[in-house]
Design a protein around this ligand. Sequence first.
Ligand code: AMP
Ligand code: MG
Length: 351
Amino acid sequence: MTPTPVWPVDASRPDPTVIEAAAACLRNGGLVAFPTETVYGLGVDALNVEAVRRLFVAKGRPATDPLIVHVPGVAQLESVAHSVSVLAWQLAEAFWPGPLTLVLPRRPIVPLEVTAGKETVAVRAPSHPVAQALLAVARTPIAAPSANRFSRPSPTTAQHVLDDLNGLIDGVLDAGPTNIGLESTIVDVTRTPPHVLRPGGLKLETLRRFVPNLVVSERFLEESIAADAPGMFLKHYAPCAELRLYEGPREAVLAAMRLAAGALAQAGRRVGVLALAGEAVHFAGLPVEWADLGPESEPEEIGRRLFAALRDLDARGVEVIFARLPAPEGLGWAVRDRLRRAAAGHIIKVE
Ligand code: AMP
Ligand code: MG
């Protein structure tokens, strides 16, 4: 195996020579991982069918799971999509570049391999200066899913990318940890009213200011609507360890978690807890591994740390991870969604 080269770059002022080399690699059909403000993406030239096929193989991603196409900004939206409604333009103008993906009718120039055979395409303009620089120099739309092996937690550092894909891809631009840590919010604007297909880094409350009748439902977790958002498999973002997810009043949940974690630890299992600041005291005296998500009052910090925490507990050999679901508000929607998927939809309800 040839190890994948790592190209360090400054996150705010990336060296043009490094960006040029990465862009040349992309133009030649290469697979290049790069930071966005959400997570690290695995980029290919979206118009190169061979490269797109290689990307699916490298990730182990099913061909039925479409990719998001990245463009520099609003000016390039119509190069890959058409029939853009007034509302879709407003959303793109308000939130691009940023963590919002719009599903729109596909232009034929976008290969069906990218859209998993669909006549729609998911488009986003990332704000990270490295992603912006790469798009500007590559001069082609970049198809980029998260740079992890299929169904693993998304990567928020270049090391996470290497942990999953070393030797399978042609390079990684390393600009340090990503800022948001959760993937983009996906909105299907081909439907009236628009539907949220995945909650993410752009808060639903913020979107609603533009789209008061926005359709949001946690039903997107059910297999029955998998056809709407083909990649939204129930088992996703998963650590190797089993995730036990709790919901209910805080004190009751923490007590139930302590009881169950204690019993497992006593039985000789390696137990981990995905904990908010101040919760450690509830597990005092138990031999459990900790991953600190930060204070409950700082949802941005929780989002930033979530995937790294899941990977970290795995790396420490934990077999069972305990976690508490946050409330469905703000970024809590996205964190809930990722945790529910990581637990394959299974939730332990405590009264
Ligand atoms: P990822 O790039 O791994 O964050 O995943 C991209 C996700 O975007 C896919 O798993 C789909 O759920 C969604 N998506 C991409 N293209 C479309 C599309 N044309 N229609 C509906 N959902 C899409
Ligand atoms: Mg992904």
